[in-house]
Ligand binder design. Structure first.
Ligand code: SAM
Length: 247
């Protein structure tokens, strides 16, 4: 998979690309990330990418010409793929969107700055994506969030022993708690079941912990989660009033 990221700060991505899972995935040829310097598509001496808003008001707006030129150049080189503008007005990013993007061969991300991007560029894009209901200074941190969540879903990106399958949201629920050594730490132990070696019981405990945490913290997720009759019975015993089970 390949990401092209249009930005006025291409070096913003240096440490993201050089560490951990993302570095390994790049080195293994699983993903290519190409920060594209928007200023390379300007023609004036000051390499201007913004201008004052028509109609007046505070702040500056990213000009259409360099962005269109960058997009034209990318679509000439390297095939098709959705063009996504990072924007607080966009569809809210979640694990489902991440999975959908992970099936693309190529994605072009456009990072805004200032007050945002000329609407004609937004109209050319396939979608606008928000990483949450707050305003960042630029689209670069949002692009990193999106790429990180997608890259870890690419086959082979996670190392041996790491898995995206049981993580929060992949099952529609929040993940269960983890424990590691030492067995006793500052007077606190580890749940006995995890030491029992009984894998069936451990799985049952983990499922129940996921259900309990999701009910406590994100009950909205239960509406769409695949719940068995046993899950439902457990949730009801915890006071859950909703209800629809999948089998
Ligand atoms: N004036 C815009 C508004 O009120 O919606 C905010 C512009 S923001 C200061 C500058 C850029 O940061 C945006 O163009 C966008 O690319 C990025 N950005 C800010 N918040 C974001 C969010 N929650 N998700 C994705 N991108 C965001």
């Amino acid at each position: 998979m390949r990401f092209d990221v249009i930005t006025i700060f291409p070096h913003f991505f240096d440490s993201f690309l050089g560490e951990g899972i993302v570095r390994r995935a790049r080195e293994a040829g699983i993903v290519e990330v190409n920060p594209v310097d928007l200023r390379a598509f300007t023609e004036d001496r000051h390499r201007t990418t913004d201008d004052r808003p028509y109609g007046g008001g505070a702040g500056m707006v990213m000009k259409p010409e360099p962005l269109f030129k960058a997009l034209d150049s990318l679509s000439r080189h390297g095939g098709e793929g959705p063009v996504i503008i990072l924007s607080p007005r966009g569809q809210v990013f979640n694990q489902r969107v991440a999975s959908r993007l992970a099936s693309e061969e190529r994605v072009i991300l456009v990072c805004g700055r200032y007050e945002g991007i000329d609407q004609r560029v937004c109209d050319r894009a396939d979608m606008e994506l928000s990483i949450g209901d707050y305003v960042l200074s630029g689209g670069e941190p949002a692009a990193i969030v999106v790429m990180d969540a997608v890259i870890r879903l690419l086959p082979g990106a996670l190392g041996c022993g790491e898995s995206a399958e049981t993580e929060s949201f992949s099952t529609g629920l929040l993940e269960y708690p983890h424990y590691t050594r030492p067995r006793e730490f500052r007077g606190q132990g580890v749940p006995e079941v995890l030491l029992s070696g009984d894998h069936k019981e451990i799985e049952r405990w983990r499922r129940r912990q996921s259900l309990r945490l999701t009910l406590e913290r994100r009950p909205d997720l239960l509406d769409d989660a695949a719940l068995s009759p046993e899950d439902m019975a457990y949730l009801k015993s915890l006071g859950y009033k909703g209800g629809r089970c999948s089998s």
